[in-house]
Design a protein around this ligand. Structure first.
Ligand code: G3H
Ligand code: 13P
Ligand code: ZN
Length: 330
């Protein structure tokens, strides 16, 4: 058993309290490799933003769960060595079982998500409560989820979304003891969040998706005032990077994300944590494709992963400043 406290992580309690009072959201960036992690620390360090390092089950399998935890620990040390004074949480994204959550808590994670959103209401409460009871013994914070997001990814998939039912939130929060709640108000995972027919075309030829269900969010805020809300599936799918991908041999047709203005609006509400994975994947792919197209003779990974990392750092600084409002809040 390793306590996250000895590794230099913090849980999300204080982060969310400040984010709620300051009307901004904490960024939760997913990472699977060293370059993504470097970019997250540099981007958040340079913009003086608190950060949640987010690790999925797939990431633990890809990078090796032992190595990944040490990478998280290394990230805290790197931040210190570079003089970044920012709070860092290590969080399990979409924990699928009590065992996965326990394994993360025991190895030094400061926060876990137990995703029981696919279960019945009663089963979701039972599983989430079990994780909370274990996690709270070690001061580890727990995120639960009510409602189902649409979208398909490796470990997380659902054909259709089911918006969170406000009538269920009070009971869920009270019975489980969770520290934050992920809700479904129209966001979804991945780079194809809406079908083109759901969108309208703006003057620049960009697909504009329908508004998120802010009415549901407001209703939830009234029922559990001051309680931290989490938005998953919140990448904006920046057209600039989709364009670079498509111009350099890629084929991402009709990729569409959540417009930045809507995320800005959400960040000012009880939404205290905004999850971003796909935007990082798109930046990486765009820059790697560009290097390969511009310099076909290049075969040193540092020469294509390096530019991808540097562009991701820039994107993170920009997001923290202009979308989440977390820049300068560390
Ligand atoms: O919400 C899911 C995250 O984007 C992680 O995706 O399971 O492919 O690592 P992954
Ligand atoms: P995106 O696919 O929109 O980046 O969402 C990521 C996420 O919710 C991770 O849990
Ligand atoms: Zn998610």
């Amino acid at each position: 058993m390793v306590s996250y406290k000895t590794l230099g992580f913090v849980n999300t309690k204080e982060m969310f309290k400040k984010a709620m009072a300051g009307k901004y959201a904490i960024p939760a960036y997913n990472f699977n490799n060293m370059e993504q992690l470097q970019a997250i620390i540099d981007g958040c360090g340079q913009s003086k933003s608190p950060v949640i390092l987010q690790v999925s089950k797939g990431a633990r399998q890809y990078a090796n769960e032992v190595l990944l935890r040490y990478m998280g620990q290394g990230a805290v040390e790197m931040a210190k060595a570079k003089g970044y004074s920012i709070p860092v949480a290590l969080h399990l994204d979409h924990g699928d079982s009590f065992e996965t959550c326990k394994s993360c808590i025991d190895s030094g994670f400061s926060s876990v998500m137990i995703d029981g959103s696919h279960l019945s209401f009663a089963e979701n409460i039972e599983l989430t409560k079990k994780v909370v009871e274990y996690a709270h013994q070690f001061d580890v914070t727990v995120e639960g989820e009510l409602g189902v997001l649409a979208g398909v990814e490796d470990e997380v998939s659902s054909e259709h979304s089911h918006y969170t039912q406000p009538a269920e939130v009070e009971e869920f929060v009270a019975k489980t003891g969770v520290d934050s709640l992920a809700i479904s108000i129209g966001t979804s995972h991945g780079a194809f969040k809406f079908k083109p027919e759901q969108c309208t075309l703006n003057a620049d030829g960009v697909l504009v998706p329908p508004e998120l269900r802010f009415d549901i969010l407001e209703e939830i805020e009234k029922l559990i005032p001051g309680f931290p809300i989490v938005l998953h599936g919140s990448s904006s799918v920046v057209p600039q990077y989709v364009k670079i991908i498509n111009e350099n041999g890629g084929k991402l047709d009709a990729a569409v994300g959540i417009p930045a203005e809507q995320l800005r609006k959400a960040a000012k509400s009880a939404v205290c944590k905004i999850n971003i994975d796909s935007d990082g994947r798109l930046v990486f792919t765009a820059l790697i494709r560009k290097v390969f197209a511009d310099k076909p003779g290049e075969f040193d990974p540092r020469k294509y992963l390096g530019p991808a990392r540097d562009e991701l750092t820039k994107m993170i600084v920009d997001k923290n400043k202009t979308v989440l409002g977390s820049a300068g809040q560390a």
